[in-house]
Unconditional design. Sequence first.
Length: 477
Amino acid sequence: MRNLTMMTDLYQLTMMYGYYKHGMKDNIAVFDLFYRKNRANSAYSVMAGTQSVVEYINELRFTDGDIDYLRSLKLFDDDFLRVLRDLRFTGNIYAMKEGTLVFPREPLLRVEAPIMEAQLIETALLTIVNHQTLIATKANRVAYAANGGAVLEFGLRRAQGADAGIYGARAAIVGGCVATSNVIAGKWFDIPVKGTHAHSWVMSFPTELDAFRAYADVFPDSCMLLVDTYDTIRSGIPNAIKVFDELRAKGYEPVGIRLDSGDLAYLSKKARAMLDSAGYEKARIFVSGDLDETVIHDLRVQGACIDVYGVGTKLITSSDQPALGGVYKMSAEIVNGVEIPKMKLSDNPEKSTLPGRKKVFRLYGKSHKAIADLIALEHETLDGVSELRLYHPEQTYKSMIARDFTVRELLVPLFIGGAQVYDLPTLPEIQEYARNEMDTLWPESKRLLNPHVYKVDISDELYDLRKKLTWEIASRT
């Protein structure tokens, strides 16, 4: 566990000081963490980072060294610094479970806490959820494109720093990868680790055949050989087959070969034919080299004979979208037990926010496919509702009527009164949950290009509240 209390922006601390000086430190505030747009050509995102949020909140406390540093800034008086020294999180946090399919405008987390506490944790919550959700979503798309082929996360050396590589590897497992090359992530999170050898191994021996024999000697029962150092068809695969014959004579079966360059569709088909002809029908073909969901989809369309995909740079950096764009906005204050809804208006409609404490319902049809999500106010229920009109999130002139549906609430409590109430699932449990979530989504919304837009509507009561506050704010300004 790490203490990340100081992983915050200075303006969080200056606002906290302002609340303290104006006697507002005990005001209860409600904040929503959400994102506004899906990544290009995706209808959904995959929630990740919930466990990291729990760990962060449990370790939230300013150390003596932190207080000494803040004092050196000469911005805060000693009374305020004493308050910080004793600060612990005392509020409530609700969140989506890791692996949940999530959509724009939905609160992924809802924080209810004294305003100083709620303000302090904004930066860290955004850092955690934005990054891990981004990578989990990218991994999910890659795994979907692989259509049952195993996907390994191989991106540590290209990640934007150690934490991005380590927690990105965990998020990739949430999204659907089955293993990682990242040893420290394997140790920390109990993720299966995989790896063979690099081109430098082959180049370190007099010949390619010598290199393959040496590797097989060290790892006879897990021999996977990289065959593209010199000439894949005329050298690499034939030499691999020679070594496989020698292994088999000793009672071992090879794992397979890896291709890291060249025309992977052509080479994999040639390799499959050569391996099968030599009697190695069960040898697996592993490919790597700047793969992403688009490349993998095209390889499959071209009939490539690939069993395992190693995906690195484009996954761990989410190369086509570098940030999720999640935000953290106040939606209410609670004064003397009375909720006062708050909302932000903007000339850009998509930046206006939804007021009040909210929950998210997911509606399922008889086939247990998700029909739509409904963002509603916290006190609302759908008990006894058998018919509901839902509107398209962007083209509001489009609507549908949902009938005979079942309902699930998506936000679950993590902390109540500052105490953890959520039992953290294991990573395999999270991955299984994420797979089940994908099974509830219609294929049209899973398409890698131009997917069907999943419906996310707001309740009539929330719509009316937003309209009322919009007029009130406009009249004041």
